[in-house]
Write a protein that binds this ligand. Structure first.
Ligand SMILES: [Cu+2]
Length: 358
């Protein structure tokens, strides 16, 4: 297995350094902003900028949370987290002779440079040119057929959560869906059980293949569908280890830190609308991720495998691979944060805002 490549850490002496702590400090500094310029300084290997403790904030204009200055180039990235929220891919639909619905997808794994925060490019690996990969949405009992092509330079696979034969699991070898560069494989199985699942690459080293961006949501609706909601949003929680030191430097929902913040692209709702969130945690390196909703409570359906919620709460914790469905309505207009209830994650990108109108 050849692992060294352009994205491997450079020799220790020349290794770029974006420590979690330095970024966090930048975020907590007087300006309350993690700017591209600040990150540029850090990438040059100099930590001088962060050598002093940040201002306490006393006597300064208060800031809600750290954020970033400016906007990444979504066009160049090839995806936009605002679109990913509601981008459900039903596949190419046809009927098998048996009458069973067939949903076909084409998924391509490739190397791709992604601008994570303004001015900072990350050597990512993507499914269909986006992080997270496409949200595949099918019905229980449908036949799912995925034409998978590996256009990258490492071996990759698609490992689906769900029930399927071993040779469709994307783990061991060519016969079970591990694909060499330039190769392809067809994964085919009947969709079960209904619920919210995920898929990700399952080749070694696994942490690297996942953290580079190879993951996505896989939603199986019940045969009779789900009750209607006013909004359905997909949120895939993950992180970026931009200096490849095995620790996350940014935490995200749908690929870009801070994207849904109040001063960027808050998610707009109306009072009393039913909101359903399909929440997946695929965060690598950190053991636990979380979701907290401000000034409200939600019904929670772990793994989405039951139509009866098991909990009414405002905070949930998820380990890697765990996922669930949240449902709520806002009673009052206003701006409401949602974020990881792990302050460090929130300050490094895992935040957003619901803007609720009357
Ligand atoms: Cu891979």
């Amino acid at each position: 297995m050849k692992e060294p490549s352009a994205d491997s850490p450079t020799p220790r002496s020349a290794k770029p350094s974006v420590s979690r702590r330095s970024l966090l400090k930048a975020g907590l500094g007087g300006a309350g902003l993690v700017g591209a310029a600040a990150i540029g300084v850090s990438l040059d290997g100099s930590r001088r900028t962060y050598a002093a403790e940040p201002h306490s904030g006393h006597g300064h204009t208060p800031h809600l949370m750290p954020s970033v200055v400016g906007e990444v180039d979504h066009k160049k990235n090839g995806f936009n987290p605002t679109d990913i929220l509601t981008d459900f891919d039903a596949g190419l639909v046809s009927k098998l002779p048996s009458g069973q619905t067939l949903r076909e997808y084409t998924v391509i794994a490739q190397n791709q440079s992604v601008e994570v925060v303004p001015g900072l490019e990350f050597a990512a690996w993507t499914y269909n040119g986006r992080i997270p990969g496409p949200t595949l949405r099918v019905r229980q009992g449908d036949r799912v057929r995925i034409h998978f092509f590996n256009a990258g330079d490492h071996e990759h696979s698609m490992h689906f959560h769900g029930i399927h034969p071993g040779n469709m699991d994307g783990v061991f070898d060519a016969a079970s869906g591990v694909v060499q560069p330039g190769g392809k494989y067809v994964y085919e199985f009947d969709a079960e059980p209904f619920g919210l699942h995920l898929y990700h690459c399952h080749t070694t080293p696994l942490a690297k293949h996942i953290s580079k961006g190879l993951y996505g949501a896989f939603l199986i609706d019940p045969k009779e569908g789900r009750p209607k909601a006013d909004h359905e949003f997909v949120m895939v929680m993950s992180g970026f280890d931009v200096d490849f030191d095995g620790k996350n430097d940014f935490y995200v929902v749908n690929g870009i830190p801070f994207h849904y913040d109040h001063n960027k692209h808050p998610i707009r709702l109306k009072v009393n609308e039913l909101v359903r969130i399909y929440l997946v945690n695929v965060l690598e390196f950190d053991p636990i991720n979380s979701f907290h909703l401000h000034a409200n409570f939600f019904h929670y359906y772990p793994t989405g495998t039951s139509l009866t919620p098991s909990e009414f709460t405002d905070t949930i914790a998820l380990m890697q691979g765990q996922r669930g469905i949240l449902e709520f309505r806002y009673k009052y207009p206003g701006r409401y944060m949602f974020h990881a209830h792990k302050t460090e994650f929130a300050e490094l990108g895992w935040t957003g805002v619901f803007q609720v109108e009357a």
